[in-house]
Write a protein that binds this ligand. Structure first.
Ligand code: G3P
Ligand code: CA
Length: 267
């Protein structure tokens, strides 16, 4: 189920990661549709993406919803903190008009609704967990339980990630076989130790901090590096050439046009 062939990274282990494409639509096709909405996920699929990234966080009543910010203000017509708002209230908000009036009526999907659509479309997904202070363990455990319950056993891969290690640990405790990605701005001197401690499969790093020597080192160590967020095809080409495994982008069709085939060593 969901990436069962995706083992945690270990020194010396080459992971082919079947089903991980080179391009991941960041918050859906978020340059052309409101981020983290069903419309953005559908559009990513229409534009040829095979995997999307989305952000998920808890509401006051403990429902995971797909939204990036800790507050509702930027991407909906509501106000206040997601963690202080009930899911029934969030379900009524308009999450499309802020982006373009053509998307009026788009909702903040629950994670469960988003997963149902993605499974239907056959899209792989990276669920990035964003936990409010004090909610780290609950967020990780809830997400892992939900995915294990709803994602089809023969579905495409599901990859969890989080900047918050406690969240990943809780997910690991709940559903150990659900693949995890270590999400950081920079790799940091302890990336090996953290990857092994959290039994992570992938390492997600901010593209603007990446430099060739580090990416070369990670490539030699067969660490699958997923770089975010790259919308410039020339930058994407450079990162792929250095050895980045996959790129998160708001413009999946543009980045797909420069994505080279996987080197043999990844197969
Ligand atoms: O998961 C990669 C990337 O999405 C992390 O940054 O702020 O876009 O969620 P952010
Ligand atoms: Ca994200």
């Amino acid at each position: 189920m969901h990436g069962k062939d995706w083992e945690p990274w270990r020194p010396g282990l080459k992971l082919p990661l079947p089903g991980l494409p080179r391009v991941i639509a960041h918050r859906g096709a978020s340059a052309a549709a409101p981020e983290n909405t069903l419309a953005a996920f559908r559009l990513a699929h229409e534009r040829g993406a095979r995997m999307v990234e989305l952000d998920a966080r808890l509401t006051r009543d403990g429902v995971l919803v797909a939204i990036h910010d800790s507050t509702l203000d930027r991407t909906t017509d509501g106000h206040g903190r997601v963690i202080e708002t009930d899911s029934a209230t969030i379900a009524l908000l308009d999450a499309g008009s802020w982006f373009d009036p053509a998307f009026r009526g788009e909702r903040v999907p629950t994670l469960e609704e988003a997963l149902a659509l993605l499974a239907n479309l056959g899209l792989a997904v990276n669920v990035e967990l964003k936990a409010d202070p004090g909610q780290e363990a609950r967020t990780g455990a809830e997400a892992a339980r939900l995915i294990a319950r709803v994602w089809p056993s023969d579905g495409p891969p599901v990859l969890l990630s989080s900047f918050q290690e406690e969240t990943l640990l809780a997910a690991r405790h709940e559903v150990p076989e659900l693949p995890r990605g270590l999400l950081r701005e920079r790799a940091g001197p302890d990336w090996r130790e953290a990857m092994e401690r959290l039994a992570c499969t992938t390492l997600h790093l901010a593209a603007h901090h990446l430099e060739a020597p580090l990416v070369h080192e990670l490539y030699r160590e067969a660490v699958p590096v997923l770089a975010y967020t790259v919308n410039d095809p020339r930058e994407a080409k450079r990162l792929f050439d250095w050895g980045v495994r996959a790129i998160f982008t708001d413009v999946p069709e543009e980045i797909a046009s420069v994505a080279p085939p996987l080197p043999h060593s990844w197969n």
